[in-house]
Design a protein around this ligand. Structure first.
Ligand code: PRP
Length: 210
C-alpha cells in the first residue's frame, strides 16, 4: 500500500510539526536534513511528507492529492472548509486581532474606516458581525506598514508575541479569534484509509495531550 501523504506548512510551523511527528514515533531525520527537496519520507517511509505554503496545503488536501495536512487555523478560517479538521495540534498559537496606531480611538467618528489585511474574508466577517461598513485592502505581508504609511486606519492580522505591533507604534484594539495548527483530512481519504488515519491521529493526539 502506498504511504499516507501529508502536506506540511513550510516556515513557522515546520519545526514544531517535525518535533510532534518525532514524539509520536515517526522519525523525521529527512525533514531536518531536507536540502531543497519538497517530498520526503517520514517514519521510515510510513508517511510521505510534502512541504508547501499554508494555502497550498489546503488546496492539495481539498483536491485529494494529499490525504492529510498540517496548517494554521488562520489559513483555514480565511479559505474555508472542504475537508475535515480533526485535531488541534496545540502549537503555532497566536491570535487574529484588530490593531491600530497606539492611542488612536479606532471606533471614533462616523467615516468608513479602511483596514489593511492579508486575510480579507476574516476582516470582512469581523466587521459584518459588528454591522460596520469598512473598506478592506489586501496586503501580502508586513501589514503593519499600512497604517504607518497612511494607507489604512487599522489592520487585521496575526499577533503572536506582540513585538511587531509594539515596535511599530501599534496596539491591539480587539482580539478576534485564537489560532493554532490543525490536522486536516480529505473526506475521501477519511473513508478509504480510515484505519491508518485513525492510528496516526491517535498517536499525534497522545503526544499533544501529554
Ligand atoms: C506575522 C504577522 C505579524 C507578525 C506577528 O508575520 O503578520 O506581522 O508575524 O508576530 P509577533 O506578534 O510575534 O511580532 P510574518 O512574520 O509571518 O511575516 P509577514 O508579515 O510577511 O506575513
Amino acid at each position: 500500500m502506498k504511504p499516507l501523504r501529508i502536506a506540511l506548512t513550510k516556515g513557522r510551523l515546520e519545526k514544531h510539526t517535525a518535533s510532534l511527528l518525532e514524539q509520536a514515533g515517526y522519525g523525521c531525520g529527512s525533514l531536518r536534513d531536507k536540502g531543497r527537496r519538497l517530498i520526503l519520507p517520514v517514519g521510515g517511509g510510513e508517511i510521505e511528507a510534502v512541504l508547501a505554503k499554508a494555502a497550498d496545503v489546503i488546496t492539495y488536501v481539498e483536491h485529494g492529492v494529499c490525504d492529510l495536512g498540517v496548517v494554521g487555523k488562520d489559513t483555514i478560517a480565511e479559505m474555508g472548509h472542504h475537508f475535515f479538521e480533526i485535531l488541534d495540534l496545540g502549537f503555532g498559537r497566536c491570535a487574529f486581532a484588530l490593531a491600530a496606531p497606539r492611542g488612536a480611538d479606532f471606533y471614533a467618528g462616523y467615516g468608513v474606516k479602511t483596514i489593511a489585511t492579508k486575510y480579507p474574508s476574516i476582516a470582512r466577517r469581523f466587521f459584518e458581525s459588528k454591522h460596520m461598513d469598512v473598506r478592506v485592502i489586501k496586503i501580502e505581508g508586513s501589514v503593519e506598514l499600512a497604517p504607518l504609511l497612511g494607507l489604512s486606519d487599522g489592520i487585521v492580522d496575526i499577533v503572536e508575541t506582540g513585538a511587531t505591533l509594539r515596535e511599530n507604534g501599534l496596539e491591539v484594539v480587539e482580539r478576534i479569534m485564537e489560532v493554532s495548527a490543525r490536522l486536516i483530512v480529505n473526506p475521501a481519504s477519511m473513508k478509504l484509509r480510515k484505519a491508518e488515519i485513525d492510528q496516526l491521529t491517535k498517536r499525534l493526539s497522545n503526544v499533544t495531550a501529554a
